[in-house]
Design a protein around this ligand. Structure first.
Ligand code: PLP
Length: 404
Protein backbone atom coordinates (compact mmCIF):
# COMPACT_ATOMS: atom_id res chain seq x y z
CA UNK A 1 0.00 0.00 0.00
CA UNK A 2 1.11 3.55 -0.65
CA UNK A 3 1.53 5.66 2.47
CA UNK A 4 -0.29 8.94 2.96
CA UNK A 5 1.64 12.20 2.58
CA UNK A 6 2.32 12.94 6.26
CA UNK A 7 1.90 16.66 5.70
CA UNK A 8 -1.79 16.12 4.94
CA UNK A 9 -2.18 14.50 8.34
CA UNK A 10 -0.77 17.69 9.88
CA UNK A 11 -3.80 19.71 8.74
CA UNK A 12 -6.26 20.21 11.54
CA UNK A 13 -9.54 18.38 11.16
CA UNK A 14 -12.18 20.40 9.34
CA UNK A 15 -11.44 23.42 7.19
CA UNK A 16 -13.18 26.49 8.59
CA UNK A 17 -15.90 26.87 5.98
CA UNK A 18 -17.05 23.23 5.89
CA UNK A 19 -17.29 23.42 9.68
CA UNK A 20 -19.50 26.52 9.43
CA UNK A 21 -21.62 24.80 6.77
CA UNK A 22 -22.03 21.79 9.05
CA UNK A 23 -23.21 23.95 11.96
CA UNK A 24 -25.59 25.80 9.65
CA UNK A 25 -27.03 22.47 8.40
CA UNK A 26 -27.51 21.23 11.95
CA UNK A 27 -29.27 24.46 12.91
CA UNK A 28 -31.49 24.33 9.81
CA UNK A 29 -32.43 20.71 10.54
CA UNK A 30 -33.46 21.64 14.07
CA UNK A 31 -35.30 24.82 12.93
CA UNK A 32 -36.87 24.00 9.55
CA UNK A 33 -38.85 27.29 9.44
CA UNK A 34 -35.85 29.54 9.99
CA UNK A 35 -34.93 31.62 6.91
CA UNK A 36 -31.18 31.62 7.32
CA UNK A 37 -29.18 34.45 5.72
CA UNK A 38 -25.47 33.99 5.13
CA UNK A 39 -23.07 36.84 5.73
CA UNK A 40 -20.41 34.25 6.33
CA UNK A 41 -18.47 33.34 3.23
CA UNK A 42 -16.68 35.60 0.78
CA UNK A 43 -18.44 34.20 -2.26
CA UNK A 44 -19.83 36.74 -4.73
CA UNK A 45 -23.58 36.88 -5.32
CA UNK A 46 -24.23 39.42 -8.07
CA UNK A 47 -24.27 38.63 -11.80
CA UNK A 48 -21.30 39.47 -14.00
CA UNK A 49 -22.05 42.86 -15.59
CA UNK A 50 -22.95 42.99 -19.32
CA UNK A 51 -19.78 44.31 -20.93
CA UNK A 52 -17.53 41.86 -19.08
CA UNK A 53 -19.98 39.05 -19.74
CA UNK A 54 -19.92 39.94 -23.44
CA UNK A 55 -16.13 39.52 -23.31
CA UNK A 56 -16.57 36.00 -21.95
CA UNK A 57 -19.21 35.14 -24.55
CA UNK A 58 -17.10 36.53 -27.37
CA UNK A 59 -14.09 34.61 -26.04
CA UNK A 60 -16.06 31.37 -26.29
CA UNK A 61 -17.37 32.25 -29.76
CA UNK A 62 -13.88 32.96 -31.10
CA UNK A 63 -12.67 29.52 -30.04
CA UNK A 64 -15.07 28.11 -32.62
CA UNK A 65 -13.35 29.90 -35.50
CA UNK A 66 -10.10 29.20 -37.35
CA UNK A 67 -8.80 32.73 -36.97
CA UNK A 68 -9.89 33.16 -33.34
CA UNK A 69 -8.84 29.76 -31.99
CA UNK A 70 -6.10 29.56 -29.36
CA UNK A 71 -4.64 26.66 -27.41
CA UNK A 72 -2.26 26.47 -24.46
CA UNK A 73 -1.07 29.84 -23.15
CA UNK A 74 1.08 28.72 -20.21
CA UNK A 75 1.73 32.11 -18.66
CA UNK A 76 -1.33 33.81 -20.11
CA UNK A 77 -2.43 35.77 -23.17
CA UNK A 78 0.24 38.41 -23.88
CA UNK A 79 -2.38 41.15 -24.35
CA UNK A 80 -3.91 40.43 -20.93
CA UNK A 81 -0.50 40.43 -19.25
CA UNK A 82 0.29 43.76 -20.85
CA UNK A 83 -3.11 45.19 -19.87
CA UNK A 84 -2.65 44.12 -16.24
CA UNK A 85 0.75 45.78 -16.12
CA UNK A 86 -0.61 49.03 -17.54
CA UNK A 87 -3.92 49.19 -15.62
CA UNK A 88 -2.62 48.22 -12.17
CA UNK A 89 1.10 48.98 -12.19
CA UNK A 90 1.57 51.90 -14.61
CA UNK A 91 3.42 49.62 -17.02
CA UNK A 92 6.17 49.00 -14.47
CA UNK A 93 6.38 45.26 -15.21
CA UNK A 94 7.25 43.47 -18.42
CA UNK A 95 4.85 40.78 -19.56
CA UNK A 96 7.37 38.16 -18.45
CA UNK A 97 6.80 39.34 -14.87
CA UNK A 98 2.99 39.01 -15.10
CA UNK A 99 1.66 35.45 -14.78
CA UNK A 100 -2.01 34.75 -15.41
CA UNK A 101 -3.53 32.20 -13.05
CA UNK A 102 -6.80 30.43 -12.44
CA UNK A 103 -7.17 32.45 -9.23
CA UNK A 104 -5.19 33.89 -6.37
CA UNK A 105 -5.85 30.97 -4.03
CA UNK A 106 -4.51 28.45 -6.55
CA UNK A 107 -1.37 30.51 -7.09
CA UNK A 108 -0.82 30.95 -3.34
CA UNK A 109 -0.94 27.16 -3.03
CA UNK A 110 1.49 26.66 -5.91
CA UNK A 111 3.89 29.41 -4.78
CA UNK A 112 5.04 27.29 -1.88
CA UNK A 113 6.73 24.98 -4.37
CA UNK A 114 9.31 27.76 -4.86
CA UNK A 115 10.42 27.67 -1.26
CA UNK A 116 9.91 24.06 -0.18
CA UNK A 117 9.58 22.49 3.21
CA UNK A 118 12.52 24.35 4.75
CA UNK A 119 10.81 27.74 4.36
CA UNK A 120 10.14 29.72 7.52
CA UNK A 121 6.63 31.10 7.39
CA UNK A 122 5.29 34.29 8.98
CA UNK A 123 1.63 35.21 8.69
CA UNK A 124 -0.61 37.97 9.87
CA UNK A 125 -2.80 36.61 12.61
CA UNK A 126 -5.70 36.36 11.83
CA UNK A 127 -5.28 35.44 8.18
CA UNK A 128 -6.95 33.90 5.15
CA UNK A 129 -6.54 30.14 5.80
CA UNK A 130 -4.69 29.11 2.61
CA UNK A 131 -1.45 30.83 3.67
CA UNK A 132 -1.17 28.57 6.68
CA UNK A 133 -2.82 25.46 5.26
CA UNK A 134 -0.71 25.71 2.08
CA UNK A 135 2.40 25.94 4.24
CA UNK A 136 1.36 22.86 6.21
CA UNK A 137 0.79 20.92 2.98
CA UNK A 138 4.23 21.97 1.72
CA UNK A 139 5.77 20.63 4.92
CA UNK A 140 6.89 24.09 6.02
CA UNK A 141 4.89 23.81 9.24
CA UNK A 142 4.28 21.10 11.78
CA UNK A 143 1.11 19.75 13.33
CA UNK A 144 -1.83 21.59 14.84
CA UNK A 145 -1.58 22.60 18.45
CA UNK A 146 -5.06 23.59 19.51
CA UNK A 147 -8.66 22.52 19.04
CA UNK A 148 -10.49 21.67 15.82
CA UNK A 149 -12.80 24.67 16.30
CA UNK A 150 -9.93 26.93 15.41
CA UNK A 151 -8.28 28.04 18.65
CA UNK A 152 -4.54 27.44 18.62
CA UNK A 153 -1.94 27.39 15.88
CA UNK A 154 0.48 25.27 13.83
CA UNK A 155 3.93 24.38 15.05
CA UNK A 156 6.67 26.26 13.24
CA UNK A 157 4.52 29.11 11.92
CA UNK A 158 5.28 32.60 13.20
CA UNK A 159 1.94 34.27 13.87
CA UNK A 160 2.12 38.06 13.73
CA UNK A 161 -0.79 39.28 15.86
CA UNK A 162 -2.98 41.99 14.33
CA UNK A 163 -5.22 43.33 17.06
CA UNK A 164 -6.99 46.54 18.03
CA UNK A 165 -3.89 47.40 20.10
CA UNK A 166 -1.64 47.61 17.02
CA UNK A 167 -4.30 48.94 14.60
CA UNK A 168 -4.38 45.51 12.99
CA UNK A 169 -0.87 45.93 11.60
CA UNK A 170 1.78 43.47 12.85
CA UNK A 171 5.00 44.40 14.57
CA UNK A 172 7.74 43.94 11.90
CA UNK A 173 10.25 43.17 14.69
CA UNK A 174 8.53 39.79 15.11
CA UNK A 175 9.32 38.69 11.54
CA UNK A 176 12.05 36.03 11.57
CA UNK A 177 15.06 36.46 9.28
CA UNK A 178 14.83 34.73 5.94
CA UNK A 179 11.11 34.04 6.11
CA UNK A 180 8.29 33.98 3.62
CA UNK A 181 5.80 36.59 4.83
CA UNK A 182 2.15 36.36 3.85
CA UNK A 183 0.49 39.75 3.96
CA UNK A 184 -3.01 40.67 2.81
CA UNK A 185 -4.33 44.21 2.32
CA UNK A 186 -7.23 45.02 2.28
CA UNK A 187 -7.24 42.25 4.78
CA UNK A 188 -9.40 39.20 4.89
CA UNK A 189 -10.73 38.80 7.58
CA UNK A 190 -10.10 42.07 9.46
CA UNK A 191 -11.01 44.51 6.68
CA UNK A 192 -7.98 46.62 7.70
CA UNK A 193 -5.99 48.32 4.95
CA UNK A 194 -2.29 49.00 5.50
CA UNK A 195 -1.28 52.61 4.84
CA UNK A 196 1.85 53.79 3.09
CA UNK A 197 3.88 54.16 6.29
CA UNK A 198 2.94 50.67 7.45
CA UNK A 199 3.72 49.03 4.10
CA UNK A 200 7.03 50.89 3.95
CA UNK A 201 7.91 49.43 7.36
CA UNK A 202 6.96 45.96 6.09
CA UNK A 203 9.06 46.27 2.92
CA UNK A 204 12.03 47.68 4.82
CA UNK A 205 11.84 44.84 7.34
CA UNK A 206 11.66 42.28 4.51
CA UNK A 207 14.71 43.74 2.79
CA UNK A 208 16.67 44.07 6.02
CA UNK A 209 15.89 40.49 7.05
CA UNK A 210 16.24 38.91 3.56
CA UNK A 211 12.59 37.87 3.44
CA UNK A 212 10.15 37.54 0.58
CA UNK A 213 6.62 38.92 0.94
CA UNK A 214 3.65 37.28 -0.75
CA UNK A 215 1.31 40.27 -0.94
CA UNK A 216 -2.32 39.31 -1.49
CA UNK A 217 -4.15 42.25 -3.06
CA UNK A 218 -7.35 40.35 -3.96
CA UNK A 219 -9.49 43.18 -2.53
CA UNK A 220 -7.51 46.16 -3.86
CA UNK A 221 -10.41 47.36 -6.04
CA UNK A 222 -12.46 47.98 -2.90
CA UNK A 223 -10.09 50.73 -1.75
CA UNK A 224 -11.77 54.12 -1.96
CA UNK A 225 -9.40 56.23 0.13
CA UNK A 226 -6.96 57.68 -2.44
CA UNK A 227 -4.19 57.81 0.16
CA UNK A 228 -4.14 54.03 0.68
CA UNK A 229 -1.82 51.96 -1.51
CA UNK A 230 -3.60 49.55 -3.87
CA UNK A 231 -0.48 47.54 -4.60
CA UNK A 232 2.73 46.86 -2.67
CA UNK A 233 4.68 48.18 -5.64
CA UNK A 234 3.65 51.71 -4.67
CA UNK A 235 6.33 51.25 -2.01
CA UNK A 236 9.94 51.95 -2.92
CA UNK A 237 12.03 48.80 -3.58
CA UNK A 238 9.09 46.42 -3.10
CA UNK A 239 9.91 44.87 -6.48
CA UNK A 240 13.08 43.46 -4.92
CA UNK A 241 11.27 41.54 -2.18
CA UNK A 242 7.56 41.11 -2.96
CA UNK A 243 5.43 38.84 -5.10
CA UNK A 244 1.88 40.16 -5.53
CA UNK A 245 -1.12 37.92 -6.13
CA UNK A 246 -4.43 39.30 -7.30
CA UNK A 247 -7.73 38.15 -8.69
CA UNK A 248 -10.72 38.96 -10.88
CA UNK A 249 -12.95 37.04 -8.45
CA UNK A 250 -14.31 39.81 -6.29
CA UNK A 251 -14.04 42.91 -8.51
CA UNK A 252 -15.49 41.28 -11.63
CA UNK A 253 -17.61 38.51 -10.10
CA UNK A 254 -15.28 35.77 -11.42
CA UNK A 255 -15.33 33.48 -8.36
CA UNK A 256 -16.79 30.76 -10.57
CA UNK A 257 -15.05 31.80 -13.79
CA UNK A 258 -11.54 31.54 -12.22
CA UNK A 259 -8.98 34.14 -13.23
CA UNK A 260 -6.19 35.88 -11.37
CA UNK A 261 -2.57 36.89 -11.73
CA UNK A 262 0.74 37.01 -9.92
CA UNK A 263 3.50 39.54 -10.34
CA UNK A 264 6.87 37.91 -9.86
CA UNK A 265 9.46 40.66 -10.48
CA UNK A 266 12.77 39.70 -12.02
CA UNK A 267 14.58 41.64 -9.29
CA UNK A 268 13.64 39.05 -6.62
CA UNK A 269 16.39 36.56 -5.90
CA UNK A 270 16.80 33.64 -3.52
CA UNK A 271 19.54 33.84 -0.88
CA UNK A 272 21.67 31.80 -3.29
CA UNK A 273 21.23 34.37 -6.06
CA UNK A 274 18.98 32.48 -8.50
CA UNK A 275 15.97 34.17 -10.06
CA UNK A 276 12.58 33.49 -8.46
CA UNK A 277 10.92 34.66 -11.67
CA UNK A 278 12.73 32.02 -13.76
CA UNK A 279 11.61 29.27 -11.37
CA UNK A 280 8.02 30.50 -11.39
CA UNK A 281 8.02 30.49 -15.16
CA UNK A 282 9.28 26.90 -15.06
CA UNK A 283 6.55 25.89 -12.59
CA UNK A 284 3.85 27.56 -14.70
CA UNK A 285 4.87 25.41 -17.66
CA UNK A 286 5.47 22.25 -15.65
CA UNK A 287 2.44 21.76 -13.41
CA UNK A 288 0.01 24.45 -14.56
CA UNK A 289 -1.13 24.79 -18.14
CA UNK A 290 -2.62 28.25 -17.82
CA UNK A 291 -6.01 29.81 -17.20
CA UNK A 292 -8.97 29.31 -19.51
CA UNK A 293 -8.73 31.40 -22.66
CA UNK A 294 -12.43 32.22 -22.28
CA UNK A 295 -11.83 33.56 -18.77
CA UNK A 296 -8.91 35.60 -20.10
CA UNK A 297 -11.10 37.14 -22.81
CA UNK A 298 -13.52 38.12 -20.02
CA UNK A 299 -10.62 39.54 -18.03
CA UNK A 300 -9.55 41.68 -20.98
CA UNK A 301 -13.08 43.07 -21.25
CA UNK A 302 -13.14 43.77 -17.50
CA UNK A 303 -10.02 45.90 -17.86
CA UNK A 304 -11.05 48.13 -20.76
CA UNK A 305 -12.72 51.44 -20.00
CA UNK A 306 -16.30 50.07 -19.94
CA UNK A 307 -15.16 47.03 -17.95
CA UNK A 308 -13.43 49.16 -15.33
CA UNK A 309 -16.68 51.13 -14.90
CA UNK A 310 -18.40 47.81 -14.20
CA UNK A 311 -15.69 46.86 -11.68
CA UNK A 312 -16.36 50.15 -9.90
CA UNK A 313 -20.13 49.57 -9.97
CA UNK A 314 -19.88 46.04 -8.61
CA UNK A 315 -17.44 46.92 -5.83
CA UNK A 316 -19.55 50.01 -4.97
CA UNK A 317 -22.54 47.71 -4.58
CA UNK A 318 -20.78 45.41 -2.11
CA UNK A 319 -19.33 48.40 -0.26
CA UNK A 320 -22.93 49.67 0.06
CA UNK A 321 -23.81 46.36 1.74
CA UNK A 322 -20.75 46.70 3.98
CA UNK A 323 -21.86 50.14 5.14
CA UNK A 324 -25.33 48.85 6.02
CA UNK A 325 -23.84 46.02 8.09
CA UNK A 326 -21.27 48.16 9.85
CA UNK A 327 -23.88 50.87 10.65
CA UNK A 328 -26.28 48.22 12.02
CA UNK A 329 -23.57 46.77 14.29
CA UNK A 330 -22.29 50.13 15.47
CA UNK A 331 -25.86 51.19 16.33
CA UNK A 332 -25.79 48.30 18.82
CA UNK A 333 -22.54 49.60 20.31
CA UNK A 334 -20.42 46.86 18.70
CA UNK A 335 -16.97 48.11 17.73
CA UNK A 336 -16.02 47.29 14.13
CA UNK A 337 -13.29 47.85 11.64
CA UNK A 338 -13.36 47.34 7.89
CA UNK A 339 -16.24 47.77 5.50
CA UNK A 340 -15.09 51.16 4.22
CA UNK A 341 -12.27 50.08 1.90
CA UNK A 342 -13.01 46.37 2.07
CA UNK A 343 -16.01 44.04 1.87
CA UNK A 344 -15.39 42.59 5.35
CA UNK A 345 -16.45 43.92 8.73
CA UNK A 346 -14.55 42.66 11.74
CA UNK A 347 -16.78 42.99 14.79
CA UNK A 348 -15.39 42.84 18.32
CA UNK A 349 -17.11 41.02 21.17
CA UNK A 350 -14.56 41.54 23.97
CA UNK A 351 -14.02 38.64 26.33
CA UNK A 352 -16.24 36.25 24.39
CA UNK A 353 -15.46 33.09 22.45
CA UNK A 354 -15.97 33.72 18.74
CA UNK A 355 -17.71 30.36 18.07
CA UNK A 356 -20.08 31.16 20.94
CA UNK A 357 -20.87 34.57 19.33
CA UNK A 358 -21.30 32.82 15.97
CA UNK A 359 -23.85 30.45 17.56
CA UNK A 360 -25.67 33.29 19.30
CA UNK A 361 -26.04 35.27 16.05
CA UNK A 362 -27.23 32.12 14.25
CA UNK A 363 -29.74 31.24 16.96
CA UNK A 364 -31.14 34.72 17.62
CA UNK A 365 -30.92 36.30 14.17
CA UNK A 366 -30.68 33.28 11.85
CA UNK A 367 -27.65 34.95 10.29
CA UNK A 368 -24.46 33.03 9.48
CA UNK A 369 -21.16 34.80 10.17
CA UNK A 370 -17.58 33.54 10.43
CA UNK A 371 -16.00 33.09 13.87
CA UNK A 372 -12.74 35.00 14.09
CA UNK A 373 -10.83 32.19 15.84
CA UNK A 374 -11.10 30.19 12.62
CA UNK A 375 -8.64 32.65 11.03
CA UNK A 376 -5.98 32.31 13.72
CA UNK A 377 -5.39 32.73 17.44
CA UNK A 378 -5.76 36.54 17.41
CA UNK A 379 -9.21 36.21 15.83
CA UNK A 380 -10.64 35.07 19.14
CA UNK A 381 -13.55 37.31 20.33
CA UNK A 382 -14.09 38.67 16.81
CA UNK A 383 -16.66 37.71 14.21
CA UNK A 384 -16.37 38.46 10.49
CA UNK A 385 -19.35 39.76 8.52
CA UNK A 386 -19.11 39.50 4.75
CA UNK A 387 -20.75 42.10 2.49
CA UNK A 388 -21.26 39.59 -0.32
CA UNK A 389 -25.02 39.16 -0.50
CA UNK A 390 -28.17 40.34 -2.28
CA UNK A 391 -29.31 43.74 -0.98
CA UNK A 392 -32.72 42.59 0.39
CA UNK A 393 -30.98 39.80 2.35
CA UNK A 394 -28.43 42.21 3.77
CA UNK A 395 -31.19 44.65 4.76
CA UNK A 396 -33.16 41.86 6.41
CA UNK A 397 -30.05 40.57 8.22
CA UNK A 398 -29.33 44.09 9.51
CA UNK A 399 -32.87 44.33 10.91
CA UNK A 400 -32.47 40.98 12.63
CA UNK A 401 -29.19 41.99 14.22
CA UNK A 402 -31.24 44.28 16.50
CA UNK A 403 -32.22 41.09 18.35
CA UNK A 404 -28.68 40.71 19.64
N1 PLP B 1 -7.13 35.96 -1.36
C1 PLP B 1 -7.98 36.34 -0.41
C2 PLP B 1 -7.52 37.21 0.67
C3 PLP B 1 -9.31 35.90 -0.45
O1 PLP B 1 -10.15 36.27 0.51
C4 PLP B 1 -9.74 35.07 -1.48
C5 PLP B 1 -11.11 34.55 -1.56
O2 PLP B 1 -11.93 34.69 -0.73
C6 PLP B 1 -8.81 34.69 -2.44
C7 PLP B 1 -7.51 35.15 -2.36
C8 PLP B 1 -9.19 33.73 -3.50
O3 PLP B 1 -9.16 34.31 -4.74
P1 PLP B 1 -9.44 33.45 -6.04
O4 PLP B 1 -10.93 33.32 -6.18
O5 PLP B 1 -8.84 34.29 -7.11
O6 PLP B 1 -8.79 32.15 -5.90
Amino acid sequence: MITRNPYIANLKAGYLFPEIAKRRREFAAAHPDAKIISLGVGNTTEPILPHTNEGLTEGARKLGTIEGYSGYQDEGLPELREKISSVFYGGKFGIDEVFISDGAKCDIGRLQILFGSAAKIAVQDPSYPVYVDGSVLAGAAGGWEGNAAGSGGYKGITYLPCTADNNFFPNPDLIPRGSLIYFCSPNNPTGAVADRTQLTALVNAAIEKSCIIVFDAAYSEFIRDPNLPKTIYEIDKAETCAIEVNSFSKPAGFTGVRLGWSIVPKAIKYSTGESVNADWSRIAGTIFNGASNIAQAGGLAALDSDGLKEVRKLTDFYLGNAKLIRDALEKLGIKCIGGDNSPYIWAHFPGRDSWEVFSQILEKCHVVTTPGAGFGPAGQSFVRFSAFGHRPDVEEACKRLEKL
